[in-house]
Every structure is written in C-alpha cells, then in structure tokens.
Write a protein that binds this ligand. Structure first.
Ligand SMILES: NC(=O)c1ccc[n+]([C@@H]2O[C@H](COP(=O)([O-])OP(=O)(O)OC[C@H]3O[C@@H](n4cnc5c(N)ncnc54)[C@H](O)[C@@H]3O)[C@@H](O)[C@H]2O)c1
Length: 301
C-alpha cells in the first residue's frame, strides 16, 4: 500500500519540527520538498539534516550511501505554489498561528490533486477549523510529531470532525513507514499529548515564579522522582517558549482557567528568551548548544 518512491511529500516550515519531519520522510525513501518563507531557515534545515545523517553513519546506524541518498531526496523551496503540483501528502509544520495555517492549506487545496492528503503538525489547534479552509475537509488530518523527530517514536494522528476513515488509514500507514509507533485520537484541544505537556510546563513556570525552588531543582525533581527523561523547564527550552505560549493560550481559550498562561512565560517571550533556538530560555546555552551550568533563570528579588 505504501510506495515511498512514488509518493511526493511537501513539508511546509523548516523550523525545529519541519526539519525533523522532512528528514524522516527523505530517509524513508520519499521524494521530499521542504518549503519555508525564510531562506536562512532553509539553509539551517539542510545543515541540521546533514548533521543527523552524518551522526547516523558515525553510530553505524546508516551507510554513507544511504545518507547521500537521503540528502539527494530532500530539496528545499521558498515557493509553496511551485512545490505543490504532483504532491500526494502535504505536512504543514509552520509557526503555531491559525491564520498562517489557513493560508497554507487553502493554497494546497487549490493546487494539489483531489486524492492528495493535507496533514498538519499543529500542537493543539483545531483540525476541523484548519480543514474548513479547504474544499476537502475529509482529506485533512492531524499528524503530530515530537522533538527531536529522529529520536522520538510517537506520531499522534488526530481525526477532525469530517476526516474520512480512508485518510486515517493512509496516514497511519505513512506514519508506520517512518518506523514510528502511532496512536489515533479524536480532535480535542491539545489532543492526548500537548494538553498534558503544556499543563506541566505552565505549572513548573508558576513554581519557579513563586520561588518554590530553583529551575535546576524543579527539573531534577521531575527527572528523578518520576523518571521523566528531562524536566519540564528543560523541555520548554527544547520546544520553544514562543510555541509553548501559543499552545497554552489556545488551551486557556478553549479549556478554561486551569490553562491560564503563567506571566513569567509571557515575560520570557517578550524578552526573546525562546529557549535553545535563541540560545537562552530558562537556561543559557553555549555555541555548541550545551547547557551552561548554573544558568537557570532566577526570579527572586
Ligand atoms: N517545537 C515542538 O516541540 C513542537 C512539537 C510538535 C509540534 N509542533 C508544532 O509544529 C509547528 C512548527 O513548530 P516549530 O517548533 O518547528 O516552530 P519554528 O518556529 O521552529 O518553525 C516555524 C517555521 O515556520 C516558518 N513559516 C512561518 N510562516 C510560514 C509560511 N507561511 N510558509 C512557510 N513557512 C512558514 C518559519 O519561517 C519557521 O521556519 C507548530 O505548529 C508547532 O505547534 C512543535
């Protein structure tokens, strides 16, 4: 059923997630185009993918030949319009803003064949609302990946109100072909993953603001008491507090008071402290991306 070589994939957004998703498809044999409005971001994406494939060769998980084939299958473009014809699957992974997503899927709907599927990697937004911007709501679906995509095993498939069973089955098969474990959930704000993760990150920020403990100790508590691989503040730095804030604001709007964004997150975003991607979030990072010891944000006066 899955025929990677004859399935053209377009990934929109060459940020943290688009990079990992584009690599996942290209390394699994799909001709893949990654589209972004930013040339700089596309160059960064290419460099990151080169790093991932080189790392796999070094670890003996891939051959040099397979690495080169992955890079050859992955092309970049600044033009969504030029990239769309002949596409079987579009994975939208642009910034977490509804107007941006609506514009992308409307353009995809206009230029992709009637059988093509439009998937979105939104963390929390309504698939049904995104689908409404197209004339094919039954062919629009959530295909939610996790960061870093080449290490994280899960893909969460989200059914919008009108997503067809055929599209769920096809998307499921594509996600399995990337060697992922797949769950299928019904659309509800934050799905089965982001809702919980946003709640923990927000609560950890309240604890930091209230002076319960240091950033380092809040993270250590979650790692060692509950066996989380990383603490909620470290995870927020990895996700990006700009994206985190967009998700929490949406959950606050749709699910109510329990998701009121912690003011410290708003303050951090205003300061440009998005996390690893800007070199500073709750923690500071050196040029190699290593966390600087003792750099946890201190909020007491
Ligand atoms: N960061 C995470 O851990 C994570 C995890 C799962 C899902 N997501 C979701 O994935 C999506 C992308 O998040 P990210 O963390 O990669 O963000 P990011 O900020 O790293 O990247 C977003 C990219 O989208 C590009 N972009 C913006 N408007 C565009 C347009 N009109 N056309 C093409 N490209 C455009 C930007 O230039 C940027 O490169 C969001 O919907 C987010 O909620 C993020």
């Amino acid at each position: 059923m899955v025929d990677p070589a004859n399935t053209k994939v377009v990934v929109v957004g060459a940020g943290l997630m688009g990079t990992g998703i584009a690599h996942a498809f290209a390394s699994s044999g799909y001709p893949t185009t990654c589209v972004d409005v930013s040339t700089e971001q596309l160059a960064k994406m290419r460099k990151s993918v080169e790093g991932i494939v080189a790392g796999a060769v070094k670890l003996g998980k891939s051959t040099e030949e397979a690495a080169q084939a992955t890079l050859a299958r992955l092309i970049t473009s600044e033009s969504l319009t030029d990239s769309l014809p002949g596409t079987t699957l579009l994975v939208e992974s642009a910034s977490e803003r509804m107007p941006i997503k609506l514009e992308i899927v409307a353009e995809a709907d206009r230029l992709m064949g009637p059988e093509a599927v439009i998937a979105t990697n939104t963390s929390a937004l309504s698939i049904t609302e995104i689908a409404k911007a197209t004339k094919r709501p039954e062919r629009v679906i959530g295909m939610h990946y996790f960061n870093p995509v080449h290490k994280m095993k899960l893909v969460e498939i989200i059914k919008g109100l009108e997503t067809s069973k055929e599209v769920v089955d096809r998307t499921y098969a594509w996600a399995k072909s990337l060697n992922k474990t797949v769950i299928v959930v019904n659309e509800w704000p934050g799905f089965a993953t982001s809702r919980m993760s946003a709640m923990m990150g927000n609560e950890a920020m309240y604890m930091l603001s209230e002076g319960v403990s240091t950033a380092e100790d809040i993270d250590t508590a979650m790692r060692l008491a509950f066996n989380h691989p990383m603490g909620p503040l470290e995870l927020g730095d990895l996700t990006g507090w700009d994206t985190r804030l967009a998700v929490i604001q949406h959950l606050h709007q749709t699910l109510g008071e329990k998701f009121r964004p912690c003011p410290l997150i708003l303050k951090m975003v205003k300061a440009g402290r998005y996390g690893r991607k800007t070199g500073k979030g709750v923690y500071a990072y050196d040029e190699k991306g290593e966390k600087i010891p003792g750099s946890g944000l201190k909020v007491s006066i």
